[in-house]
Design a protein around this ligand. Sequence first.
Ligand SMILES: *Cc1c(COP(=O)(O)O)cnc(C)c1O
Length: 357
Amino acid sequence: MVIKSSVLQLEPYISGIQPKRDPGVIKLNSNENPYPPTPMIQQWLQSFAMQELRYYPDATSTELRRAIGKVYGIDPSQVFCGNGSDEVLSVLFNICFDAGDTIVTPYPTYTLYKTLADIHQLHCVYVDTDEQFEISIENMLKPASQGIFIANPNAQTGRLLELAQIEQLLQQYEGVVVIDEAYIDFAGPHASALSLLEKYPNLVVIRTFSKSYSLCGARVGYCFASADFVAAMDKCKDSYNLNVISQNMARLAVEDQDYFMANVARVNQTREKLSEALVRLDYEVFPSNGNFLLCRPRRHQAKEIYDYLLQHHIYIRYFPSPRLSDKLRISIGTDDEIAVLLERLNDYEHTVIAIDE
Ligand SMILES: *Cc1c(COP(=O)(O)O)cnc(C)c1O
C-alpha cells in the first residue's frame, strides 16, 4: 500500500454543506459573513491587469504583512501570511512538533487541530470543558505536552477565555501556546491575546480574513509570533503560498477598518436579537462572542429541527458528536435571513404541536 496507515485511519473533515447560490437558499452553516467585503476590492479587481498573472506573486506577501503590521501595531517581521489560517496551522505543525509529541486542546473545539496531530503522528489530548463549555486552564496544564491550542472565542461554542486566564497559562507553560483568534473581532476590542506577544515568545496568535473580513473564498490567514518563529515558518511554507489576487484583496480589506468594523457591529446586533428570540422559543442559548450561536432546543430533537430547516432550504449546522448532538449552531446572517429562520422555527412549533394532537 502506498498510503501511510496513519493517513488511511484519518477521519475526513466534514465541512458545512455548500449549496448552490440560489436566492431561495439561506446559508447559515459555515460562519461566513453575510455582508460583502469592502467595495475597494471590487474596484481593484476591475482595474487588475491580466498581464500580472504571467508572473509569480510576491513570495512573502510583503505589502500585506506591512499593512497588517501597521493596523495592529506589530512589526511586519512578526507577521506570517498563509493560504487561510488552515495553512498557517499546517506550517506551524511542521516547525513545532516531532512524531510522538503531545498537543492539548479543549473539547469541543475546531477539529483541525486533531486532524493535523493525526497527520503528524502526534498525540492529541482533549480536555473536557465544563457544563457551560468553559475552559479550565488548570486542566489544560495537567497532561505533559509540547503545544496547547485554544480557539478564542472557541469554535462551536463561542465561549471567550479572558485575557488574564491566557496570561496565567503562559506563565506556567513552556511549550507553544496557539491562540486561534478566527472570531476575535466579534468579541470586542480588548479580548485579543496580541498584547501578550511582546512578553511571551512562545505565544502564537492566529487570525483569518475569512470571517470578520468577509473573505472566506480568498483563503487568507495570518499569525503574529516572534520574528524567529515567523522566519522558521517562512522556511517551511509553500514557496508561493498566497496568490497575487488574494494578497491584494486581503490588503485592501485590512486597510478599510471602518467598513469592516461596521459589518462586525451589524453582525453582533443581529446575534443579540437572534439570541433573545431563541430564548423566547424555549431554547437554551450559550453566550457567544463569535458570529454564530450554539443553542439547545428544550422541546424538540435538534436533529429534527435541522432536517426540517434543510427541507426549507435553510442550512444551519448539526454536529453528531458528544455534547453537541442535542444542539444546533447557527451562523449569524442578515436581519432578513434571521427573520425567515425564526419564522420557520415558529412554524415548526405549530407543525409539531399539530402532529402531537
Ligand atoms: C473558520 C476557522 C478557521 C479557518 O479559517 P480559514 O482562514 O478560512 O482557513 C480556523 N480556526 C477556527 C477556529 C475557525 O473557526
